[in-house]
Design a protein around this ligand. Sequence first.
Ligand code: IMP
Length: 186
Amino acid sequence: MKYTEDFKMLMDDVKEVLISQDEITQRCKELGEEISRDYKDTVPIIVGLLKGSVPFMAELIKYITIDVELEFMAVSSYSGTESMGDVRILKDLDRSIKDRDVLVVEDIVDTGNTLLKVKDLLYSKGASSVEVVSLLDKPSRRTVEIEAKYVGFTIPNEFVIGFGLDFNQKYRNLPFVGILKEECYR
Ligand code: IMP
């Protein structure tokens, strides 16, 4: 298989390729068309959450055919207990989002804590609407009530890496989504 040759060192840690590059491209086309239709009467601000959303955002925007503006934000979740997360802004938006439609781009919705806080934060900055597009969704792990309006793929409760997703900052450059071998994080 081609991935095995191209990414030999990283592939040793991959248990299974869950979503291929072709499948991601195809899904980005569909999502891009849907988003273009839904936002045709406005100029949305697309906010990428650094760093995991970068490959997905880069692919997705190729298929968004309306006027958009791009912004980035970096947040870090910290928590007393796993279910009580709070969010700290590491990099804030560069421009005002007051009275604007915002579309947040995320790599994965897991417990949902990050997105819940980010959505609240963006509304507190005066956004008129805040929706989410996420490459992946792991609904079985949700601890708070939040759903992304647009989801690329719903996946089972596995730790995944690639296409932006990392383990200890590694594997983000893999061009597919794979399941990480358990011995790599246990
Ligand atoms: P949440 O606040 O629990 O929804 O967590 C969202 C963040 O956790 C994502 O943006 C990822 O950075 C990280 N995350 C959750 N599940 C995975 C995974 O399977 N692989 C890599 N990162 C993950």
